[in-house]
Design a protein around this ligand. Structure first.
Ligand SMILES: [Cu+2]
Length: 124
């Protein structure tokens, strides 16, 4: 009667839930891996708003062009700490792009606001 089928049916939904979870994780891993490794253009951006860079730390592959977009009302700069690149003034709504040809860690700051710092890590 009912007791036996009901008990044997219990594990199936649990297995399904676990399978869905694993599938979701696998999908997420594939998605992030795909956007990071493949096309190499267009998807590497840093937003400047509210006196900070977002994300403050970004990792890209060598040869990637990173574009900063000033999404706030104030003017900012994207200035390498070592002077290897400098946007000059980036006004509200404007962008600055720089191509990172060689691997390394590149720290930068806003020349106008001392508290604004960011890092681009370039992998080979
Ligand atoms: Cu600034």
């Amino acid at each position: 009667m009912p007791p036996v089928p009901a008990r044997s049916a219990m594990p199936r939904p649990l297995v399904a839930v676990v399978a869905l979870g694993v599938a979701a994780l696998a999908f997420a891993a594939c998605a992030s891996g795909g956007s990071g490794g493949g096309s190499g253009g267009g998807s590497n951006g840093v937003s400047i708003a509210d006196f900070s860079y977002a994300p403050a730390a970004l990792t890209v592959q060598a040869g990637t062009t990173v574009t900063w977009t000033n999404a706030g009302p104030s003017i900012h700069t994207v200035t390498a700490d070592d002077g290897s690149f400098d946007s000059g003034t980036v006004s509200s709504g404007s962008t600055f792009s720089h191509t990172f040809a060689t691997p390394g860690t590149f720290t930068y700051h806003c020349a106008i606001h001392d508290s604004m710092h960011g890092t681009i890590t370039v992998t080979g």
